[in-house]
Ligand binder design. Structure first.
Ligand SMILES: Cc1ncc(COP(=O)(O)O)c(C=O)c1O
Length: 367
């Protein structure tokens, strides 16, 4: 099975030696004390992150604004628990990262969809109604891949100010932009303190580490620290210390650059394979950055999407349908054709080519 599983990374990309060394060092340094640490996380990691975010994402923050959490998932969960009450209006993108949408539904929010096009969230079409929070992926809309231009970013910030809404910026894969400098974080142009920035180590290191972070406006720092303490005290200290030392000595940034090169060649292999084996039969979206693309299969009817995924599996290739990421189906319906998400970060270029060949066989088998 060649699985285009979005979210999976290649095991060989993980910096095993550097991690082992850093972890052993942290273990030795920490042996004197076994007690709970502060809920916001290790000071050394928060300082290292503030420096890294300034260099990589033009994001200016003080280490006190950073709270280390168990991945973006916990960061979004904290935002929902702390900021949203039942029945509050929360806006999410359409289509959206389902794991985020579910969190807001779980706290009883009135979740509504905000329109998205090939440039990400269409901020000029946001409803002029009181909303508590909007969850967005401005640097690489999930899943369609649009990058919000500065005019839309400013429009979104102005909207948030009018509605007194919090903006949750999920910057899940901002490091992976190909052929261009990564776009700056939305947080870096917010001068009103309404953006809550979320980052993760799930894309550049491993989703199993369960490490991510929030960069909070000053006004939210103490309540989020307290919420994190109540939730699970704090993120694991040894892992935080190991990570901090990798950022401080430059290993982490070298590693990110290497991963970017690896993923760029995987992405090229995928685009080439789609072009070679399915010429004129696909429209590819969101390939300028990230670790996945959306592929619209122009000759496969939307109603055949689920069947295609099933037949593809039989042909030995794993692909995921786009439909479940739409809450209303309206925008998707407008297209009429099937769409799939192809994650490529765990595959070799050769597997990617073979995977696309199998996908072609599945489309042919569908008739
Ligand atoms: C939009 C989005 N946000 C966040 C994440 C990462 O989540 P976590 O940091 O909880 O592993 C993903 C991973 O697939 C994602 O697609």
């Amino acid at each position: 099975m060649i699985d285009f599983l979005y979210g999976a990374l290649a095991f060989d990309d993980f910096p095993i030696l550097a991690w082992r060394k850093a972890y052993s060092r942290a273990l030795v340094q920490r042996q004197h004390r076994l007690y709970y640490e502060a809920p916001e996380g290790e000071r050394m990691l928060r300082e290292a992150l503030a420096g890294y975010l300034r260099r990589a994402r033009s994001l200016i923050c003080h280490p006190d604004q950073v709270v280390i959490v168990h991945g973006s998932q916990q960061a979004i969960d904290l935002c929902a628990r702390v900021l949203v009450d039942a029945k509050d209006r929360v806006l999410v993108e359409e289509p959206c990262y389902v794991m985020a949408r579910r969190i807001f539904e779980a706290v009883g929010a009135n979740v509504q969809e905000a329109p998205v096009d090939e440039q990400g969230l269409v901020s000029e079409r946001l409803p002029e109604r009181r909303s508590k929070l909007i969850y967005v992926t401005p640097s690489h809309q999930f899943p369609l891949g649009g990058v919000m231009p500065i005019t839309r970013r400013k429009e979104l910030l102005a909207w948030a100010e009018r509605q007194q809404a919090w903006i949750v910026e999920d910057d899940y894969d901002g490091e992976f932009r190909y052929g261009m400098r990564p776009v700056d974080a939305l947080q870096s142009v917010d001068d009103k303190g309404s953006v809550i920035y979320i980052g993760t180590f799930s894309k550049a290191l491993s989703p199993q580490l369960r490490l991510g972070y929030l960069v909070l406006p000053d006004a939210l720092v103490s309540v989020f620290r307290e919420a994190k303490r109540l939730m699970d005290r704090h993120a694991p200290s040894l892992e935080q210390a190991a990570l901090a030392s990798l950022i401080v000595d430059g290993t982490y940034e070298r590693h990110v650059r290497r991963c970017r090169r690896m993923n760029e060649s995987r992405r090229e292999a995928l685009l080439r394979a789609l072009d070679n084996h399915l010429p004129d039969a696909v429209e590819v979206m969101g390939s300028a950055s990230g670790l996945h693309v959306v592929v619209w299969l122009l000759q496969v009817a939307k109603d055949d999407e689920a069947e295609l995924v099933r037949v593809a599996r039989k042909q030995g290739v794993g692909v995921r349908p786009i439909s479940p990421l739409y809450a209303s189906g309206d925008q998707h319906r407008a297209r009429q054709c099937a769409g799939i998400i192809l994650g490529y970060a765990s595959l070799t270029p050769a597997d990617i080519d073979e995977g696309v060949r199998r996908l072609v066989r599945a489309i042919q088998a569908l008739g």
